[in-house]
Design a protein around this ligand. Structure first.
Ligand code: SAH
Length: 367
């Protein structure tokens, strides 16, 4: 009789997938006191230690049990790319050979880490390089937090701000992302205030409501167009969750937080969404919603079919929003020399050499 091939699944528990309560519950289930779990969690995240032997205040019995039944699976750096402006992009290798990118952006008084939530993305926004590689899989909590773990080691301290604005749609990987954001905020881990963790979504409406119930992180929404006709084209998820559903969901997210606003991301695409008419429509759309508009000059990539609006046009658009009373800023493009700017993350090195340019046609809507 032929032998079935031997497959030994790894049943060890990935420790980085667990939030503090999860680590405490695990060690408690083995009969150890909760504070042992808390110490372990602190070793992992606050001290960035991945060697159980170095966790000196854990009992030998606990360390042996951990060594036998758990694993600490950190993403490995495949490539580290520093940019002249101080931005660093890391390409990480995951255990199954998939790859994701993370970007560290230093500023005068803070440092922002741009974290990925999925390998690729299923949402197919027309102006985004990540969309071109399609969707491979969700990241686990450990793979999301692993990016923060690594940046914290590299920086010598945790980033002051984290934005879920790397590869993927965070609200399409809800549970893993929410747990990762809880670890980012934990005092025994990375200690970020809730307002310094920002989740950016293309607008998965039901999950905006779910998020409001269990988390209070800052919300950014990729708007990019002031009406359904154009947004249907640029951000296709709009066909499922159009503006008349998206705007109320975002308003609801702010309920009970009188001082907070939604950040609306608006990529400036030459002769597509950047006219005075679009600005006027945007002002009307956002009336009554506490808002901040962040204009993002389009970051080109090979074969995108789009052009960036002229700086004068962007400034005129911004001034128009400001005159109506909206808070409006223009995002400084960082890391573009190393393809680390918004929408340029593709993860796979080979994709960058062979962009699937021919596969797409540019949007041809007039003004
Ligand atoms: N999926 C989430 C997270 C991505 S965040 C979301 O859609 O919000 C990255 C931000 O950069 C989004 O606002 C995205 O729409 C924007 N973006 C994508 N491609 C871009 C490009 N080429 N130039 C500028 N901004 C881009």
């Amino acid at each position: 009789m032929q032998q079935a091939p031997q497959i030994t699944p790894d049943l060890r528990i990935p420790l980085l997938d667990l939030d503090r309560a999860g680590v405490e519950a695990l060690t408690a289930s083995w009969g150890f006191k909760p504070y042992h779990g808390r110490n372990l969690f602190r070793w992992l995240h606050k001290h960035g230690v991945s060697d159980l032997e170095a966790m000196t205040d854990l009992s030998k019995a606990l360390r042996e049990r951990l060594a036998a039944e758990t694993l600490i699976d950190l993403p490995r750096v495949a490539l580290e790319q520093p940019s002249p402006d101080g931005t660093i992009k890391w390409l990480f290798d995951l255990h199954d050979g998939q790859r994701v990118e993370t970007v560290q952006i230093p500023e005068e008084d803070r440092s922002t880490l741009c974290v990925s939530s999925q390998v690729g993305c299923a949402l197919d926004c027309r102006f985004c390089a990540t969309a071109r590689q399609g969707f491979s899989r969700n990241l686990s909590t450990g793979e999301i937090v692993g990016q923060v773990w690594h940046a914290t080691r590299a920086l010598g301290k945790p980033p002051t701000n984290i934005v879920m604005m790397g590869m993927g749609e965070p609200l399409a990987n809800f549970d893993a992302v929410v747990r990762a954001m809880a670890i980012m905020q934990d005092d025994f881990a990375y200690m970020l205030a809730k307002t310094r963790v920002t989740l950016s979504t293309s607008g998965i409406v039901p999950n905006i409501y779910r998020l409001a119930e269990i988390s209070a992180v800052s919300l950014a929404v990729s708007l990019h167009a002031p009406d359904n006709a154009l947004r249907d084209q640029l951000v296709p998820i709009n066909r499922k969750y159009p503006l008349e559903q998206l705007i109320p969901a975002c308003k609801a997210y702010l309920r009970g937080e009188p001082r907070r606003r939604v950040t609306w991301e608006y990529v400036m695409l030459k002769e597509i969404n950047d006219s005075d008419r679009h600005a006027k429509a945007l002002i009307r759309l956002l009336e009554g919603t506490p808002s901040k508009v962040n204009l993002i000059p389009f970051n080109p990539f090979p074969g995108s079919g789009f052009e960036t609006s002229d700086p004068e046009r962007i400034e005129a658009f911004r001034q128009r929003l400001k005159r109506s009373g909206l808070v409006a800023t223009t995002r400084k493009t960082r890391g573009d020399e190393i393809a680390a700017a918004c929408g340029q993350l593709v993860g796979q090195v080979q994709d960058r050499r062979q962009p699937r340019a021919e596969a797409r046609l540019p949007v041809t809507l007039g003004r």
